[in-house]
Structures are given as C-alpha cells and as structure tokens.
Design a binder for this molecule. Structure first.
Ligand code: 5AD
Ligand code: FES
Length: 352
C-alpha cells in the first residue's frame, strides 16, 4: 500500500469543512491512491449525505429512445460514423408503453435518453411531453438528448420537461478536442448547460473517468467546474472501450477512482443528485453498490424494451441488456437492501 502524504488527510478535512479545494488540492486527492485517502473520503461523504437523504436512493426509469445519432464522438459506439451500429428509434407509443410499465413498477421519474436523432424535432417531443405529463402527473420527466438550440430547450421546458442531462464530458477544451471531431465545440456544449440552467431546468452535467488521454489535472478541472457550475445532478462513469471506435484497445477507467470521485463530489455539493451509473456496474459487478455506499444516491434501471437494449451500445459489455424492466428494478432493489439502502417511490427532486 502506498504511503499517504501527510497533508492528504488535511485536504480531506478541508474539503469536508469548506466544500471546495484549490485545483491543486483536487489533483492531489485524485493522485493519492492510498486506501486511507479513499476510505476517509467515503466515510465523510456518507456522513454528510445521511441527514439530507438518509438511506434513500432515488430510482430513475431510463428509456433509451433512439440509437440514431448525428454526432461522432470518438469514444461512443453509436456515433454516426460507426457503420456497424444497429439503429432503432422507439415510436411515441412504444415510449409511452415503457413509461406505463415503469409507473406500475413504482418509477416517478422517466429519463428519455437518446442519440441526437433528427427525427425528434420539437413538435414531436412537445406532443410526447404533453401526453406523458397528462398521463403521469405525479412524475418528473428528464430529457437527455444532447445539444439543441436555446429555443428548443425552452419549448421542451414549456411542454413539461423538468430536468435535462447533458454531460459536459470534460472541463478542459484541449481534451474535448482530442475526444471529439473538429465540428463539435466545447464552447457550445458549455453554452447549452448555461442555457438549460437559465431556462429553469434542474440540470445534470457529468464526465467520464479514465477517458483516453485524461490526466489527474483534467479530472481536477472537472471537479472545479462542478463546484462552480453547481448543477443539480452530476453523472460520472468510467470510460469503457467500444470495439468499433479508435479507442478499442484503451483500458477502461477505474472503479476505485470513479467511486472516490463520487465521494469528493458528495463533499463538494452535499445535496447534489449523484447516480451510481451502469458503466460503473459494468466494470465492477458491485460497482453500483459501492458507489451508493460512498456517496451516490440515484440509480437508473433500464426501462427500454428488451429487444432494443443491446443496440443502445455506447460501450462494450453493458450490463442489464437481457433483463426485463421488472427484473432490473427487483435486482437493484435487492442489491441496495443488502447494503442497508432502500429505494423510494418519489419524483426525487434535489433537496433544497
Ligand atoms: N464509455 C463510457 N461512457 C461513454 N459515454 C459515451 N461513450 C462512452 C464510453 N465508451 C457516455 C458519455 C455520454 C453519455 C451518454 O455516455 O459521457 O455523454
Ligand atoms: Fe452520440 Fe456520442 S456519438 S453521444
């Protein structure tokens, strides 16, 4: 085991007391791979979460509405430049059927996630949102459909969307440029996030852990960005290679580092909604449980029709692609129960 530099634990205390660190402090916490640093962060993160969220974990029903994407992010299996990706698009009726099933299973938040599929113009999404909100007035609807214009975000908000997830991917424009084709713009992505917040959405940003070329300094920049942007949610998960991308031979991001970052994020913003992601469960069979124990408070079981799940393939070996929605929910609930947490039937808004 590596020796902990004497001031790492002082940094951990500083973070717990002040909910922020200088960039170098975040970097040092990331670079310190000692068990002691990780376990003290985990313990403090759990401690600050208890008075706010107790042992409750919020469920979000994930509906993957389309694998058609006009973007070409270099790491992603459904990028438009991948001729081998299997494409599908759910009809509004299929999406509503997933929500119906989810509602009966106790979900009160639906996350409509998909590639940037041009079929989903504002009019179609507005109609879908109106129907969803009419049929399930007790539910929150989260959209995760990539970059759109401010006008479009406004229309979807007016049609009833409550939340929007758009990972910033990296706070470093230079790394962004290495992971995306030249026509994609880091500035625009950041502008989208500001627009979403401005409009009134509950906003989620996020980033991959262990992405190709990513350094500890760049991860520290992500933490600083989240500290300053103060989103309602932050979704992080390890990078996992996809066989049809240029990064096919890159190693996956580490579970231990992802979990440590979840603890740090919990200490930065004690009330933030933090999912234990499917990617974390993919690289470590108990990754999601560990993530919850060390600070995460959201899980997103899959409600997509079983027939399409395999096709929503952002990375290899994704878990849960063969399970029915009810199985996914039961499986997660059992996993959480073994570690002393319970799922709640609730919209699960961010604590104010
Ligand atoms: N590994 C892990 N996460 C990925 N994403 C896309 N491709 C991968 C991959 N290979 C994440 C991105 C994106 C979200 C939808 O999925 O962060 O924003
Ligand atoms: Fe669409 Fe990456 S190519 S999200």
């Amino acid at each position: 085991m590596k020796r902990t530099p004497p001031d790492t634990l002082a940094l951990v205390d500083q973070l717990a007391d002040h909910h922020c660190l200088p960039l170098e402090g975040y970097q040092q916490l990331i670079e310190d791979t000692s068990e002691l640093a990780a376990s003290s962060l985990a313990k403090l993160a759990d401690q600050v979460r208890r008075p706010i969220y107790g042992n409750k974990v919020y469920l979000r029903g994930l509906i993957e509405i389309s694998s058609i994407c006009s973007r070409n992010c270099l790491y992603c299996g459904i990028r438009c430049g991948n001729p081998n990706a299997e494409r599908y698009r759910l009809t509004p009726e299929e999406i509503l059927a997933c929500a119906e099933e989810g509602h009966a299973l106790g979900f009160r938040t639906f996350v409509l996630q998909g590639g940037e599929d041009p079929w989903f113009i504002d009019e179609r999404l507005e109609a879908l949102l109106h129907t969803l909100k009419r049929r399930f007035p007790d539910c929150a609807v989260t959209l995760s459909l990539g970059e759109r214009s401010r006008e479009s975000y406004q229309r979807l908000y007016d049609a009833g969307a409550d939340r929007y997830l758009l990972r910033h991917e990296t706070a470093d424009p230079a790394l962004y440029a290495k992971l995306h084709p030249p026509e994609m713009s880091w500035e625009n992505r950041m502008q989208c996030l500001r627009d979403l917040k401005d409009i009134g959405y509950q906003v989620g940003c996020g980033f991959m852990v262990g992405a190709p070329y990513q350094t500890a300094r760049q991860l520290a920049m992500d933490l600083k960005f989240v500290e300053q942007f103060h989103p309602d949610m932050c979704g992080i998960g390890p990078f996992v290679p996809h066989h049809d991308t240029v990064f096919r031979d890159q190693p996956a991001g580490g579970a231990a580092l992802t979990i440590k970052l979840l603890s740090i994020l919990r200490l930065i913003h004690p009330k933030m909604l933090l999912p234990a992601t499917t990617a974390l469960g993919t690289i470590d069979p108990h990754g999601r449980e560990k993530g919850i124990l060390t600070g995460a408070n959201v899980v997103m079981p899959n409600l997509s029709p079983v027939g399409v799940r395999r096709k929503y393939s952002l990375y290899d070996n994704k878990i849960c692609t063969g399970d029915e929605s009810a199985q996914c929910r039961a499986c997660l609930e059992a996993r959480l129960r073994t570690i002393g947490f319970e799922t709640v039937v609730d919209r699960g808004d961010v604590a104010k």
